[in-house]
Design a protein around this ligand. Structure first.
Ligand code: BEZ
Length: 211
């Protein structure tokens, strides 16, 4: 059965470019991103892994460990990483799983047979410190993902895990956030000393509480 938001992310052991790993041990008590791409030595995937490498410090700042996966083997991964480093001007510092037996792809439902019988689609999971799935996105092979958007969602997930707020459309770190409907306006005024702007009884904004 496919995974849904709030489900426990399945653990697994896998061969990676950084050696054998146990997923839960790799994650430790922090956040994680597990993302698949269709195949090594392909152009869009090269740019995606390059962009992820470029943003490594941003993920680390947020206590997020990144792990890539495809059904290609370790030898191919190692050779391809050299190409990514060279062409994208980065140093890939996160592991890539060699999922030749499709164990991870199957656990995370990353093969969508009507898109491709053999290759993983572009799936991405954000996993919280409680090992639960917080975000799932699925893109086709033809469309590279926006990794700034992934960082933006991580910011929202980490904020809303700690405060009774939600983030509006296109929100970015530092902008006003929305008071969740479960909190009354009277309580919101007490909880959010920076102020509450009531646009409608159900639409209330407050400055980002942890800034
Ligand atoms: C790519 O990464 O460029 C790609 C992979 C599979 C199909 C189409 C494009």
């Amino acid at each position: 059965m496919s995974l849904r938001l709030g489900d426990i992310a399945p653990n697994f052991q896998a061969k990676t470019t950084a050696g054998d790993i146990d997923f839960y041990e790799f994650l430790g008590n922090g956040w994680g991103i597990l993302f698949s791409h269709p195949a090594d030595y392909t152009p869009v995937c090269t740019t995606e892994l390059g962009k992820t490498a470029l943003l490594q410090d941003e993920f680390a700042k947020r206590n997020v460990k990144v792990l890539a996966v495809s059904v290609d083997g370790l030898d191919k991964h190692v050779g391809w990483v050299k190409d990514i480093n060279e062409t994208q001007n980065v140093t890939v510092g996160f592991p890539i799983i060699a999922d030749e037996d499709r164990n991870v792809a199957t656990l995370y439902d990353m093969i969508h047979p009507n898109a491709s019988e053999t290759f993983t689609v572009r799936s991405l999971f954000v996993i919280g410190p409680d090992k639960k799935v917080k975000l799932m996105i699925t893109y086709p092979a033809s469309t590279g993902r926006n990794f700034y958007e992934v960082l933006r969602v991580v910011d929202s997930l980490q904020l809303t895990a700690n405060y009774s707020v939600a983030t509006p459309a296109d929100w970015k770190e530092g902008e006003d956030v929305i008071v969740v409907p479960a909190v009354s306006t009277d309580d919101a005024i007490k909880k959010f000393p920076k102020g509450v702007k009531v646009v409608k009884p159900y639409l209330r904004y407050t400055p980002q509480p942890n800034k």
